[in-house]
Ligand binder design. Sequence first.
Ligand SMILES: NC(=O)c1ccc[n+]([C@@H]2O[C@H](COP(=O)([O-])OP(=O)(O)OC[C@H]3O[C@@H](n4cnc5c(N)ncnc54)[C@H](O)[C@@H]3O)[C@@H](O)[C@H]2O)c1
Length: 302
Amino acid sequence: MIGIIGSGNVGANTAFFLAEKGVDDVMLYDIRKGTAKGKALDMMEAAPIRGYRTQISGTDRPEDVLGCDIIIITAGAVRKPGMTRDALFWENKKIIDVYASKITGSDTKVIIVTEPVDFLTTVFARISGLPANQIMGIGGVLDATRLRFLIAEELKVSTENVSAQVIGRHMDDMIILKDYCSVSGISLDNFLSSDRMEEIFEKTRQAGNLIVDLARLAGAYYGPSAVVAEVAEAICHDTGRLLSVSHVLSGVFEISDVALSLPCVINKTGISRVIQPRLKDSQIKTLKKSADLIAKTIKEAD
Ligand SMILES: NC(=O)c1ccc[n+]([C@@H]2O[C@H](COP(=O)([O-])OP(=O)(O)OC[C@H]3O[C@@H](n4cnc5c(N)ncnc54)[C@H](O)[C@@H]3O)[C@@H](O)[C@H]2O)c1
């Protein structure tokens, strides 16, 4: 059973994508009474046409989801146009503190979506005491998915043929690994000039901001929900997918106790292996700067 805390745009759409993929039964919870039950019922009534057999239920009792095998946390405030993700830290930390202290199962896998995701993945790991490989934040994998779309759109090729890797913080200082981006294994510089590549990379860095600016009353949620469902499927079906998720690092690039995205092999144990990409000195510097910033903010919260 997959539990989802927060049944707003990302939570509800994740439940829907999980049902459509047939990953596992889902239970939704939201602090607003009736929201989770109402949305679950609505999705179940779509099943005769959409053809899924997954059970989606809703509850008003957080303890019902806290014992699930996989818990996805999407509860919290969304930024408004002009706001950075970091600005949500103090408000959303209060929510993460509560759920992290109530996790009961020692094998639970947790997927953090609530922003700022790298900060809150770090906070969740500290408070819950769960092993770092069981807590995954949605960061680089979403940035890479957006980049894959933008490259495919530019080159008029299928998105399936495009692979991309993005690591670091889920913010404008994300690190796009150009040498690890390809179209069916053919490196990007066979298709694009350096200048055009840089324009596409900048569009990727700004992709979340653009959606908030355009939609105004909501953040991005279809892309994020699709990515969350992919990570949950990798755990549930033990697929061994290689996805860049945020997790607490222990010594990689001399960074410890702070969560950032790096490519990880994900299976039923959570993160089974972290892949350390070859980085330039400037990229390692950016990674360390991001880590220092997160560590400093979290220290202020102690
Ligand atoms: N990591 C990412 O890439 C990524 C992408 C998109 C959104 N997000 C973040 O995910 C979060 C949710 O986004 P959304 O678009 O679904 O927002 P939303 O406003 O549509 O939904 C949030 C839901 O959380 C519920 N909620 C608030 N406090 C709660 C609590 N204490 N317990 C349980 N439920 C609670 C609200 O009632 C609401 O239904 C935001 O913080 C957003 O910034 C992250």
